[in-house]
Design a protein around this ligand. Structure first.
Ligand code: 0PR
Length: 385
């Protein structure tokens, strides 16, 4: 830190220069991100709530009410009329909360001390962090030939130490939806906590269904589902950080509660103590602003772009890994190694990511990628061969 104060002008100049080094969503060249530009209205609301702290909700009753309303609205989208939960920093924190609830519940009601969680090979790496922090062993369930969780593999992985089964609605790498209905029944019949990670899919599947797309049930209408992660800062178009964790019952929060004696509430169940109310306010605003109609329009449009890219890739000789269920397309070229193709694309100034299972170029068709960007990308892909 400098001894003397520096003028705002000079500070801003320096920060602007550094900010120039960042990629900008608006250029349409970021092809591997699940986040996107937040809507300007959401940003405006966010700034108004920057001083609010939901860690001490008695001081911020209005903002706490807003968080509850957001949880209620998201819960209703997921077929739950009386949801419990929080707006947190993202999918990672939401998943950690779910796993912590499952572990504590199993410890309290079943006496399990050295628990295991069953997750698919396709699970986001946040579950590895959760298992590490919570001292749980990961048991990985296999994927079937369609890259979805193999139900038999889950059945075989269950032991008397299993504290949770996890399935994904919108996998990180391919955007696929696991056979959640079958897994829900297995979990329910074995009295095991079942968590659905819909960090990516939770803000699009309900709207695509509304638009007439055919999707299997993945939400709380299945009796086995205990919690769902759904992130406003992904397909919800809310500013970062905004993740969502929704629980079916209050008792899942209760088993995580610790005493918080000097606060305006007696106990706290979230991982984070001091936490921003701006994320809840911005999510509240953007959900009202778009309504179901607005989100449906966006989700439909993104699927349109997804199918456009899929069809064109096939036309020009690329191999697409699977027919997209959500707005992610993963592909390779039969005559080029994936990482080499990724390097070539970065020479053309495209920012792509490479998936690991299977190895492929992975494009997440978020709102900042326009049809014109896709046309350009397809031209470049043609030129590479
Ligand atoms: N669950 C799923 C299914 C996810 O895909 C992700 C993130 C998470 C949980 C964790 O969410 P948070 O990152 O909010 O904690 N998936 C992407 C990933 O890590 C997110 C991402 C976002 C990647 C922006 C790149 C990027 O530029 O791969």
């Amino acid at each position: 830190m400098d001894d003397k104060p520096i003028s705002k002008h000079d500070i801003l100049k320096e920060l602007d220069e550094l900010h120039q080094l960042d990629y900008d969503y608006a250029d349409g060249r970021i092809l591997g991100s699940m986040c996107t530009q937040a809507h300007p209205f959401a940003k405006e609301v966010y700034c108004k709530f920057l001083d609010t702290n939901l860690g001490d909700p008695g001081l911020f009753k209005g903002t706490k009410f807003i968080e509850n309303q957001v949880i209620k609205s998201i819960g209703e989208l997921l077929s739950l009329n009386e949801p419990y939960g929080n707006i947190v920093t993202g999918g990672t924190e939401a998943n950690i909360m779910a796993v912590r609830a499952a572990r504590n519940h199993a410890r309290k009601y079943k006496g399990i001390v050295d628990g295991e969680i069953i997750i698919p090979d396709s699970a986001h790496f946040s579950f590895k962090k959760a298992a590490d922090m919570l001292n749980l062993k990961i048991v990985e369930a296999k994927l079937d030939n369609n890259y979805k969780i193999d139900v038999e593999s889950v059945r075989n992985a269950i032991s008397d130490k299993t504290v949770a089964i996890v399935a994904i609605a919108g996998t990180t790498e391919l955007g696929l939806i696991d056979p959640i209905e079958e897994l829900s029944e297995i979990a329910f019949k074995n009295n095991i906590y079942f968590h659905v990670d819909a960090a990516f899919g939770g803000f699009s599947i309900p709207f695509l269904k509304r638009a007439g797309f055919d999707f299997p049930v993945f939400d709380f209408s299945l009796r086995g589902v205990c919690s769902i992660t759904v992130d406003p800062h992904k397909m919800g178009l809310a500013p970062i950080p905004a993740g969502g964790i929704i629980f079916r019952k209050q008792e899942y929060l209760d088993v995580m509660a610790v005493d918080s004696p000097y606060l305006t509430i007696k106990t706290q169940s979230t991982i984070v103590g001091t936490r921003l109310g701006a994320s809840s306010a911005a999510t509240y605003a953007i959900m009202k602003y778009f309504g179901k109609e607005g989100y449906t329009e966006i989700a439909k449009n993104l699927m349109d772009n997804t199918n456009y890219l899929y069809d064109n890739l096939i036309d020009i000789g690329y191999e697409v890994i699977c027919k997209p269920e959500l707005n992610i397309v993963a592909f390779n070229h039969p005559d080029m190694e994936t990482n080499e193709l990724a390097d070539k694309l970065s020479q053309y100034n495209w920012n792509v990511s490479v998936s690991k299972c299977p190895v492929a170029i992975r494009i997440v068709l978020m709102n900042h990628i326009k049809k014109s960007n896709l046309k350009e990308l397809i031209e470049d892909l043609k030129e590479i061969f």
